[in-house]
Design a protein around this ligand. Sequence first.
Ligand SMILES: [Zn+2]
Length: 292
Amino acid sequence: MSASDPRLERLIERLVQPESGVHAVLLYGSGQSPIRYWMDHLVAMWACKNPGPSGPCGECGPCRSENGGVDVQIIEPVSNPPIINLEMITEVDRPGKWEGVPVRRFVRTPPMMSPRKVVAITDFERANHRAANALLKTLEEPSPYARLILTTTRLSRVMRTIRSRCLCVGVPESREADLIWSKKPTNEETEQSLAELRSILELAVDSPNGAALRTGDQLRKWAAQWQKTNDISDRAALLDLLQFTADWLSHTHPERYNLRSAIQESHRLMISAHPTLLLDVLSLELTGSSRT
Ligand SMILES: [Zn+2]
């Protein structure tokens, strides 16, 4: 699977800078997305002593150690059905069969070889409630050298409090996955805008109705930015937004006809109502759809 993706490469390069301020990243995508590739890449970058634009240096202690060395811990769901349970996150009175070091104990001590302690937990949608809550504490009080990467192919099943404390990064299936738009991105800036719109929509669809206001705000800001970037009218920017939303829906949620009719309704409203109102209507439809 080719995982060449300049956007993610640049993003990860920025995450390695001390000033990024990001301690936790949630990588999400479909089962066909190269999520594991990007997780491994970010682990290696965070563990490396001298990461550069082209990747980890390949020469330092952590780079030459198996799996990034002693300061890296990768946790995967175990047992049948696979699950991330409490003992993987924190010490418990009666440990089960799992033999690893719980995350909270792992990040309590400073790194030995790497500049950071790096924990990656795969398939985090499989964390049970107690495990997710225990991890939340680590996210709320991050130690300065700890870095956490979560992955999921079911973003909506990851607790919203967890999501809100991570930088959520969508991993496209391939470069082809970006070609869902009826109007192709013309440069890097529009490409990034579309990736951003995609994240707004992905999160909106999985949110409860209460998040509609926030989604409406995000869409309004997005449309304003799009209008500036492309030097078009407010109305043209909104029409683009509606079209992109329709593109995205027919690509990712072809079964959600209620949403597509909501977009048609938005087009109709645009003629008669205040344009920003229609974004609220659309947001309400988007977020409410997870309830059906
Ligand atoms: Zn290195």
